[in-house]
Design a protein around this ligand. Structure first.
Ligand SMILES: Cc1ncc(COP(=O)(O)O)c(C=O)c1O
Length: 362
């Protein structure tokens, strides 16, 4: 019998991906449009770095407030520029800010993350009270297709790589002009990323190795760079509207299937991080929280053995330990895929396999 197709994992360049000419009407309206200025850079961290370089001319205190719940690449552009890093927590649901002063100092930078494609309302409310003194960067890397994110801060960063089969790409948006243009893309990085997308089905091992090499190159390259030509070409041909719709449909279906299956048995050792999906929100995935870190790892491995790839967002940096709830969440969370490649049958299979393994593991 044929093995079922993989679920989740890196995006590939595959047949049927590109919209036929003229099919994108209105022409692929991107949720980040309408924000004054936009610049296509190669990575999220490069886009944050470019924003900081622009702010350096306008007055910075040299201090940044970063969420404890963040991947290390968020802090990287601040570290590279010698910022003093301060952290804040957000509690077990990532919606209760703690550890932030009532008033930020003039010239401080506040970075807030919209997690998993959802509006971070609590942090936006706080940011709104600081706007006179501090610079606000809205990190929408996990919310690039959602509507209404990134409309309030001085800058918004939308990451494309986690959502689309593009080799690189992050959009920096701002009501202010975004010049001068950053450095050109690095050929050896963009080519590896492009080849990795292209080879994923034909030679997954080579694709994985190329993707890892590209990540390594990105980590050692501090310069903000423009996105590759290939990314700009692909963006004009991807059905972003369709992707957005599909992800919302998949989220709802997975939510219903999991709730049906998991509320039947005794107390479930898994719960969804979010109770619902707001209007305009487009999910990066369907994050679930397990009762124990070991159970999270066992479930992740069991699903991976069936080629159901579920990322962990994220391994936090050691200083995040000071925020017990955020730290504990990061060790128990798992993101189930709901991306545009999945149809109803895959979503049902995903829910069934999660329920099956949980039953077996507990
Ligand atoms: C929330 C968030 N911000 C920023 C980044 C950095 O993006 P990039 O890897 O494109 O530099 C990431 C990367 O995973 C991220 O998850």
């Amino acid at each position: 019998m044929d093995r079922p197709a993989p679920i989740g994992g890196d995006f590939a360049l595959e047949a049927g991906l590109l919209a036929p000419d003229g099919a994108l009407r209105p022409p692929g309206p991107a949720p980040w449009r309408g924000r004054g200025h936009g610049l296509l850079l190669s990575s999220g961290r490069g886009a944050i770095g470019h924003a900081l370089d622009l702010l350096a001319r306008r007055g910075l205190s040299g201090r940044v407030w970063l969420p404890a719940y963040a991947c290390p690449s968020v802090a990287a552009p601040f570290r590279a520029r010698g910022f003093e890093l301060r952290r804040y927590g957000q509690g077990p649901g990532l919606d209760r800010p703690r550890g932030l002063p009532r008033r930020l100092e003039r010239g401080d930078v506040l970075l807030l993350i919209h997690y998993f494609g959802r509006l971070n309302r609590a942090l936006l409310d706080y940011a709104g009270r600081q706007a006179e003194r501090a610079w606000v960067i809205e990190d929408c890397v996990q919310g690039c297709l959602a509507r209404g994110l990134g409309r309030q801060g001085d800058f918004a960063v939308h990451g494309l790589r986690k959502w689309l089969p593009v080799p690189d790409g992050a959009l920096l948006c701002s009501p202010r002009p975004l010049g001068p243009p950053p450095a050109p893309p690095r050929e050896e990085l963009a080519s590896r990323q492009l080849l990795a997308r292209w080879l994923r089905a034909a030679d997954p091992d080579a694709a994985r190795a190329l993707a890892l090499e590209a990540e390594g190159l990105l980590e050692e390259d501090p310069l903000p760079r423009r996105a590759s030509w290939a990314t700009a070409w692909l963006l004009r041909r991807l059905d972003l509207q369709g992707f957005r719709r599909r992800r919302r449909v998949n989220w709802r279906r997975l939510d219903a299937r999991l709730r049906e299956r998991l509320t039947k048995g005794p107390a479930t050792p898994l719960h969804p991080l979010h109770p619902d999906l707001g209007p305009g929100e487009v999910p990066l995935g369907y994050p679930v929280v397990l009762a124990e870190p070991d159970l999270r790892e066992a479930l992740r491995r069991a699903l991976a053995a069936e080629r159901i790839w579920c990322p962990v967002h994220w391994e936090l940096e050691p200083e995040a330990r000071a925020f017990e709830a955020d730290w504990s969440l990061s060790r128990r969370i798992l993101t189930l895929p709901v991306d545009q490649r999945l149809g109803a049958a895959e979503v049902d299979r995903l829910a069934a396999r999660v329920a099956h393994h949980l039953e077996r593991l507990r």
